[in-house]
Design a protein around this ligand. Structure first.
Ligand code: FES
Length: 208
């Protein structure tokens, strides 16, 4: 969905039962539905009213957590980890490849409004460095070709296609997984995935 109206925002807040404990989840949903990866000031004020919390509380959340933005960004936000473990295992190169493939610098958005390229701190995927987050998906991109493939996939109608697309690359790659699983999710490894075809996975492993 591109753009939001008051009813859509109220529906999202109703979906979270207007519960102040759900403030982060509700704001994430509002941000995702915006189509511009940000929370407009008027929707922040609406959230404060519906959740019965002060405006300052909503602003505090939006400004504290780096995944939020109060300014418009691209439909996809690619956050490239530049903390030390990633930086020294290809993070600098990965940022360069993406800058080249997208034609933008860090902090900029592509002219078509599809992608914003950002630097991030450690996102907890050091084992798969150099790591890159796009929304809730984490990736390890270990070659310039994979970076170009990922950059091109941002323009696909169905961004979910990115995972099988890059898994194909990984199978013939010498590196650790080209694509990591979403860290809060569970599912089944794709056929041919050397981590175990058809086997259920979860992240973090052995959590339950
Ligand atoms: S240092 Fe990059 S994910 Fe932890």
């Amino acid at each position: 969905m591109i753009g939001l109206d008051e009813k859509a925002v109220r529906d999202i807040l109703d979906g979270h039962r207007n519960d102040p404990q759900q403030i982060i989840a509700a704001l994430l949903d509002i941000q995702e539905a915006s189509g511009t990866s940000h929370v407009e000031r008027r929707w922040a004020a609406l959230t404060a009213g519906a959740l019965n919390v002060p405006d300052s509380r909503v602003h505090e959340v939006l400004s504290f957590y780096s995944m939020f933005s109060e300014k418009p960004r691209g439909r996809h936000v690619a956050e490239v980890c530049q903390s030390s473990p990633c930086l020294f295992s290809g993070g600098r190169e990965l940022m360069g490849w993406l800058r080249e493939a997208l034609g933008i610098e860090e902090g900029e958005t592509t002219p078509d409004g599809e992608v914003t390229l950002e630097v991030s701190g450690c996102c907890g995927r050091c084992a798969g460095s150099p790591a890159l987050m796009v929304g809730e998906e984490a990736y390890t991109v270990g070659s310039e070709e994979d970076a170009r493939t990922l950059a091109a996939s941002f323009r696909e109608k169905n961004p979910g296609m990115r995972r099988p697309l890059l898994c194909e690359k990984w199978r013939s790659s010498w590196r650790a997984p080209t694509v990591l699983t979403p860290w809060t999710s569970a599912g089944t490894f794709p056929e041919g995935d050397t981590r175990g075809s058809g086997r259920p996975w979860e992240w973090p492993p052995g959590k339950s």
